[in-house]
Design a protein around this ligand. Structure first.
Ligand code: KG4
Ligand code: ZN
Length: 350
């Protein structure tokens, strides 16, 4: 079974052809990073227009690289939630047009399910060990940060165990980089500079790092960086590397600790990470080491499977399709995920 996946929820236009067993035949991503860089973040209106411009060439390239015709595809899967609605609508309408024209089933996919199942994608020949259900997963991206128990590859079998009460971890990376004058997106550059810095040079703390709660908070550490910049800047290159290292250590240690804590309390033997922040080298190393010390097997997707891509959407669509699920021509784009939230936003007494 072959699924064509289309992704346009934020600032990446993606199309991919994936087999039901997770083999990636093609995965094309057109990034809008340069378009939004001047604004220090994603501008929704510009994102929608750029998706409209690029989505058809990206789909054509995905089919060409996979060496398949639209007629040989078994289903068209598309991200329809959560995300920027104007951006989602572009992918949804193109998916409907293609599915209708080629007389193929249409399958709507929740972007977060795509990230959670991205670990099952197989790129190239490398046979990687698969996680076994049930597992506990950390999804950390620019818009979401949460820990889930995943019993099966289906949204009804995913339960949120704890999430951020405010900002996503990726948002903290992006804002920290912006305050340090490092550009957008911040994650990759902070990751690179952190390797050159001293993580003990500055005292930065991720709030809610202690205690047994699986809830998290990343807005406070942004304020700490802002205060540093205000009171002690401007900084030398070496000091910027030190701030990156101190910031990254604080954020990755709390993410790794809560993920493994969740796995221990759920009694599962496998943990998985996903989302753009799962590309972070220190997070990958910490999760792997901490899980191993608890007798738990850690799984991290390849870097291309962490950041936004359409292969994960095609695979999550294939899982829905295999269960006989599909959507009608009235499929809507919506900003909310299908996954039920258990963590309340904001501060104050619980
Ligand atoms: O999953 P993703 O591509 O898009 C969303 O669904 O949000 O995640 C993007 C986020 C951005 O905040 C970016 O700075 C962060 O992932 N990111 C990283 C790294 N690569 C991307 N954060 C930390 N370290 C990285 N190496
Ligand atoms: Zn994403």
């Amino acid at each position: 079974m072959l699924v064509l996946g289309i992704e346009s929820s934020c600032d990446e236009t993606g199309a991919a052809v994936v087999r039901a067993d997770g083999a990636v035949l093609s995965d094309i991503v057109h990034s809008q990073v340069r378009l939004h860089a001047a604004f220090g973040g994603v501008v929704p209106e510009l994102a929608s227009r750029d998706h409209a411009k690029n989505v058809v060439p990206v789909v054509r390239e995905a089919l060409a690289v996979a060496g398949v015709e639209l007629g040989s595809i078994d289903a068209v899967a598309v991200t329809h939630r959560p995300g920027l609605v104007g951006a989602l609508l572009v992918g949804v309408q193109v998916a409907k047009g293609l599915a209708w024209a080629a007389d193929k089933p249409l399958v709507g996919v929740d972007h977060l399910m795509g990230h959670l199942l991205a670990i099952f994608l197989r790129r190239g020949d490398a046979p990687a060990p698969m996680p076994q259900f049930p597992f506990v997963a950390l999804l950390a991206s620019g818009g979401h940060t949460a820990i889930y128990r995943v019993d099966e590859a289906h949204a009804d079998s995913v339960r949120e165990l704890g999430a951020t009460r405010d900002d996503a971890a990726g948002e903290a990376f992006d804002k920290t980089a912006k305050m340090l004058g490092l550009g957008y997106p911040g994650g990759p550059v902070v990751d690179r500079l952190a390797r050159l810095g001293d993580p003990n040079a500055f005292k930065l703390l991720a709030p809610m790092a202690h205690g047994s709660t699986l809830e998290m908070s990343f807005s406070g550490i942004k304020t700490q960086v802002a205060e540093l910049v205000r009171t002690r800047g401007p900084f030398s290159e070496a000091q910027i590397a030190d701030i990156c290292a101190s910031f990254q250590r604080a954020v990755t240690s709390v993410l790794a600790k809560k993920l493994v804590m969740a796995a221990v309390s759920e009694g599962v033997a496998h943990v998985v990470i996903g989302g753009g922040v799962a590309a972070n080298s220190e997070l990958r190393a910490r999760v792997s080491a901490l899980a191993e010390s608890h007798g738990i097997t850690a799984h991290a997707p390849s870097l291309a499977s962490c950041t936004d891509n359409a292969a994960m959407i095609a695979y999550a669509g294939a899982c829905r399709f295999a269960r006989g699920e599909r959507d009608g021509w009235d499929l809507l784009a919506t900003s909310q995920s299908v996954l039920v939230k258990s963590t309340r936003k904001g501060r104050g007494r619980r």
